[in-house]
Write a protein that binds this ligand. Structure first.
Ligand code: DAH
Length: 357
């Protein structure tokens, strides 16, 4: 510690700034801080000499010293920030895991996992119910020929019943010979053909899948929708077996307070045919707008296999009998979850979809 005079102040500031700039680590900075800006600094030493001065001189000298110290302190603070940053880089580099080519990504939010959609999950639940009842699950093509979708099902060309199914035709082969299936019933034909070819009758199967119709979507219809078809071909099968399967399924899937009933109807491939209705799931049978005050909602069609269909696939109707049924999977989801408008199923609004996670 030397002796200084006020004439030295500018030179002392310059020296101090040079010393600050020369500091190479935080440890060094801490070691020299007191000499540069603390009690042992030349400015602190000069401060003590001020008492001997005249008041005016003292005031002026005091102000200069304060300004000098502030300049040095600012330089020290800036140097500290810079050295801290340098040392952090050194520390991070030293601590970094050497993982070769592995890129470690920090994920700030958990990735949202998707879930099975309502229609596929409804399809699986329906399959489960039928599998538990002894049915197998089979699959069929979505593009069919006119023969599988219509003719083999006893719907010849120009038959008025074709009006029940508005068809999308595929531009392949002769006009109107290849089409997007309008129902899952053609899969019955494939299954019966295979069973005849392989000698594997009887059949107890359900066949879920996508169907297509030239319908304008509304609250209860979609142009692309899903059905599940049921087919039993065995010896001595009666209408009572059909009614029993429908009733057992309805209670198992919708709950024990939902019943089924069959009402006479017409389908070309079954005789007799019926419409299959269940207790309205909205009002539980009391009557409401959805069920037009009847307490019942139509789910699908069913009936005993028409002998003309057995003929088409080469099954002897004197030995075998059977029943079939078909209904909408989307309609089932709608009924089970009380979805007012079926178009919600294809809108892809996550607020709707998340409810079924
Ligand atoms: N395929 C019919 C439709 O889409 C539903 C149907 C009715 C299927 C009666 C059947 C049945 O198997 O026996 O309108």
């Amino acid at each position: 510690m030397g002796t200084y005079s006020m004439q030295d102040v500018d030179a002392l500031v310059a020296d101090s700034l040079a010393s600050v700039a020369a500091l190479t680590s935080l440890d060094e900075l801490r070691a020299h801080e007191a000499e540069l800006d603390g009690k042992r600094s030349p400015f602190a030493v000069l401060q003590k000499t001020l008492g001997a001065l005249e008041p005016d001189e003292r005031r002026e000298a005091g102000a200069r010293l304060q300004a000098a110290r502030a300049t040095v302190r600012e330089a020290l603070d800036a140097r500290r920030v810079a050295l801290e940053a340098d040392e952090r880089v050194v520390r991070l580099t030293r601590d970094r895991l050497d993982l070769g080519d592995v890129v470690v990504t920090s994920v700030s939010a958990p990735l949202a996992a998707g879930h099975v959609g309502l229609v596929p999950s409804t399809q699986r639940a329906l399959e489960d119910v039928f599998v538990a009842m002894g049915f197998t699950v089979a699959d069929g093509p979505e593009v069919e020929t006119d023969w599988y979708n219509f003719e083999a099902l006893n719907i010849p060309p120009a038959h008025p019943a074709r009006g029940m199914w508005d068809t999308f035709y595929v531009e392949l082969g002769d006009p109107e010979t290849v089409l997007m299936r309008t129902h899952t019933s053609p899969t019955q034909i494939h299954l019966m053909e295979e069973a005849v070819a392989n000698g594997t009758l009887p059949i107890h199967s359900v066949m879920p899948g996508r169907c297509f119709r030239r319908d304008t979507p509304d609250a209860r219809h979609l142009a692309t929708f899903h059905q599940i078809e049921g087919l039993v071909v065995d010896r001595g099968i009666s209408f009572a077996d059909l009614a029993g399967v429908i009733e057992t399924f309805t209670r198992a899937y919708f709950g024990s307070d939902i019943a089924s009933r069959l009402r006479p109807a017409y389908f070309p491939f079954t005789e007799p045919s019926a419409e299959f209705e269940i207790t309205c799931t909205i009002c539980r049978g009391d009557g409401c707008r959805t069920c037009s005050q009847t307490g019942w909602i139509e789910l699908g069609g069913c009936g005993m296999i028409d002998p003309a269909v057995f003929d088409a696939v080469g099954i002897d109707a004197r030995e075998w009998s059977g029943f079939a049924f078909g209904f909408g999977i989307d309609r089932c989801a709608q009924m089970k979850h009380q979805i007012a408008d079926m178009r919600a199923l294809i809108d892809n609004d996550v607020r709707f979809l998340r409810q079924f996670a």
